[in-house]
Design a protein around this ligand. Structure first.
Ligand code: NAG
Ligand code: NAG
Ligand code: NAG
Ligand code: NAG
Ligand code: NAG
Ligand code: NAG
Length: 245
């Protein structure tokens, strides 16, 4: 069993390399007629037709999230919304970003791009933030997305990445698929892990009523927490700098 994730990671890496080394493949011959428009919705099929979502397709497939989306779209009354970063968006990540993610984080990353509800573009302008994603609740994390807009333009933000919600590859209920120029990196990946369930001491901070005391004590015992915070900070700075380009 232990070899499965390793081999799948190697497989992903290999295919990623292949993708990066292969000059732009013409995805489809223009003459190919599209198959019957009816039939079950197939997220992979939609992305293949989009022509520039190969890395996302690999991730959706390797994590099995593609099947999950297809099933849920078919079976839920709420529909779904998928944000689809382009291959360029993935290539523009700092090198190593994907490889640094654990298998579980890769799944979380993909689920973070999926909302368990259908939203038209105008819907996204009126949602109350943060909007739950399919990753919400994992590891106790919020994994929410914030939407904002000016005029008819909608932006999506993770707290560390903000980008414009581009044209829809598919816009009809029950599935909306929007193209993104950036990968939505959840800030939960870069935050210090919550210091677990607080030790059973009842904090009777009678001395000073600092409401934030629970969140910010740089107690000597939390050295690793501080290291994680520093790593998170560095990552944020790197990401912020990338954003400047
Ligand atoms: C979805 O589409 C992809 C690409 O066109 C295809 O390989 C796959 O078999 C389809 N899946 C289903 C369940 O039809
Ligand atoms: C879609 O859902 C219906 C009923 O919920 C089910 O009968 C059908 O087999 C499903 N189709 C697919 C492709 O999952
Ligand atoms: C990946 O992890 C290595 C080792 O922990 C670290 O040095 C590097 O900065 C990380 N890269 C990214 C993009 O997070
Ligand atoms: C939307 O995001 C883009 C890219 O980050 C930014 O340039 C723009 O100012 C944002 N627009 C709004 C209305 O926040
Ligand atoms: C902590 O407080 C709860 C209720 O406020 C109490 O039931 C519990 O016994 C306390 N535990 C300790 C270790 O004081
Ligand atoms: C501290 O608590 C007192 C009363 O309990 C309250 O009046 C005061 O506003 C609090 N100060 C802060 C900074 O929360």
């Amino acid at each position: 069993m232990a070899s499965t994730p390793v081999s799948s990671i190697i497989l992903s890496l290999t295919s990623l390399l292949f993708l990066l080394l292969t000059p732009h493949i013409q995805a489809q011959s223009p003459s190919a007629p599209s198959p019957s428009p009816s039939g079950p919705i197939n997220i992979t099929d939609i992305l293949v037709k989009g022509g520039q979502y190969n890395i996302l397709i690999r991730l959706l497939t390797s994590t099995q999230v593609a099947n999950q989306i297809n099933n849920q779209v078919n079976n839920s009354n709420d529909g779904m919304t998928v944000f689809a970063p382009t291959d360029n968006a993935f290539s523009n990540l700092p090198s190593g970003t994907l490889n640094n993610l654990s298998a579980q984080q890769q799944v979380q990353l993909v689920l973070y791009h999926v909302l368990p509800k259908y939203y038209s573009l105008p819907d996204l302008l009126t949602v109350s933030n943060p909007v739950r994603t399919q990753a919400s609740g994992q590891d106790g994390g919020v994994f929410g997305l914030d939407f904002s807009g000016a005029g008819s333009q909608v932006n999506v933000s993770t707290g560390i990445v903000e980008t414009i919600v581009n044209t829809a590859l598919r816009s009809n209920f029950p599935l909306a698929v929007y193209s993104l120029d950036k990968v939505l990196l959840p800030k939960e990946f870069y935050e210090a892990k919550a210091p677990a369930p607080a030790p059973t001491t009842n904090v009777t901070s009678s001395s000073s009523n600092s409401t934030k005391s629970a969140a910010s004590p740089p107690s000597p015992a939390s050295g690793s927490g501080r290291l994680q915070m520093r790593v998170g900070l560095v990552a944020s700075i790197v990401l912020f700098c990338m954003g400047l380009f």
